[in-house]
Ligand binder design. Structure first.
Ligand code: 13P
Ligand code: SF4
Length: 319
């Protein structure tokens, strides 16, 4: 077993578990060198991917930014399909691979470009802000993208009294509480975050006195209302790094706590969490296979490319 490689994960993966992973991880590192590839991994990837083989990790916003400047011939997106599409939009000259093309997202699947056209007809003149968790076709039908890390800034950057924000109803409602801009929402939900309840949060406070509760803005507003703080996965990670709470609960996907625990040994993580079945489709085995076979390559239909890229670029220009 290459010792330096185990060092990267030794605080989160016991040696007996790593023994089943080491060969694939070592093969991936070698394949990355041969193919001039980088692995961009979302914060919800499992620790052996996040710590073991990824080159860049982050929230959706960071991954979109990094995809624009990645110095490589090949980008492997360890995350879900819309993230790989965004990487391709921002870096069309590079080969973008997703290890499992079925890694979808309940939000991205909740809306089509035709739905966006119907919303525009119903609410004429309102700009359409599309969460980055959408297909390229939906981005192309929208004016600007946002992530949970910049949604309020994006909405306010438009300088209008009312916007359409889709497809996440809860993100839209959570942003609406923080801005004077009126928001017309769609009824999409994240299947991971919609399951958290305020009762669960209250119970945590009873069983773990003093726990600091951070909730992702894809959670229902009633959950965010009883949390101490809300933000994207990167904002949560920064909060724990900077505030160093003695005990924290991250109301989000399960791997999030596993991944940031390594860098925050002074914080105890209470772990009520829900798994994202789409994120969990990505494994060391299929990352290895993706690099061996150069599959599955992500492409964007020509008719969507320019308008979808423009929506992401407009978002990245919002400071
Ligand atoms: P962020 O990492 O941007 O907070 O998004 C969470 C998410 O659910 C991505 O699918
Ligand atoms: Fe989609 Fe929710 Fe999974 Fe993120 S956690 S990929 S929003 S289903």
């Amino acid at each position: 077993m290459p010792l330096d490689l185990y060092d990267r994960v030794s605080r989160v993966i016991p040696p007996i578990e790593w023994a089943t992973m080491a060969e694939d991880a070592a093969a991936i590192l070698e394949l990355k060198r041969q193919r001039r590839a980088v692995i961009l991994a979302h914060n919800y990837q499992t620790p052996e991917i996040f710590h073991g083989v990824a080159d860049i990790v982050g929230d959706s916003l960071a991954l979109a930014r990094e995809a624009e400047t990645a110095d490589a011939d090949v980008i492997v997106l360890a995350g879900v399909h819309f993230m790989a599409e965004t990487a391709k939009l921002m870096n069309p000259a590079k080969t973008v691979l997703i290890p499992d093309a079925q890694a979808g997202c309940s939000l991205a699947e909740s809306i089509t470009a035709e739905d966006v056209a119907l919303l525009r007809a119903k609410y004429p003149g309102r700009p359409v802000v599309a969460y980055v968790n959408t297909s390229a076709a939906v981005k192309a039908a929208s004016d600007i993208c946002c992530t949970s890390g910049n949604a309020k800034k994006v909405v306010e950057s438009l300088g209008v009294p009312e916007v359409i924000m889709l497809p996440d109803e809860f993100l839209a409602q959570n942003v609406a509480k923080e801005t004077a801009v009126k928001i017309i929402a769609w009824k999409g939900h994240c299947e991971v975050h919609e399951r958290f309840t305020p009762q669960e949060i209250e119970q945590l406070r009873v069983t773990h006195p003093g726990v600091v509760i951070l909730a992702h803005p894809e959670c229902p507003p009633e959950v965010v209302a009883v949390a101490d703080f809300s933000g994207s996965t990167a904002v949560m990670a920064n909060y724990v790094r900077d505030q160093k709470p003695a005990r924290v609960a991250l109301i989000t996907e399960c791997s999030m706590s596993d991944n940031i625990a390594q860098a925050n040994p002074g914080t105890a993580f209470v772990r009520p969490c829900n798994l994202c079945p789409h994120m969990k489709r990505i494994t060391l085995k299929n990352i290895r296979k993706a690099l061996e076979e150069m599959q599955t390559e992500v492409t964007i239909p020509a008719e969507y490319f320019a308008p979808a890229r423009r929506a992401v670029e407009r978002m990245l220009a919002v400071k």
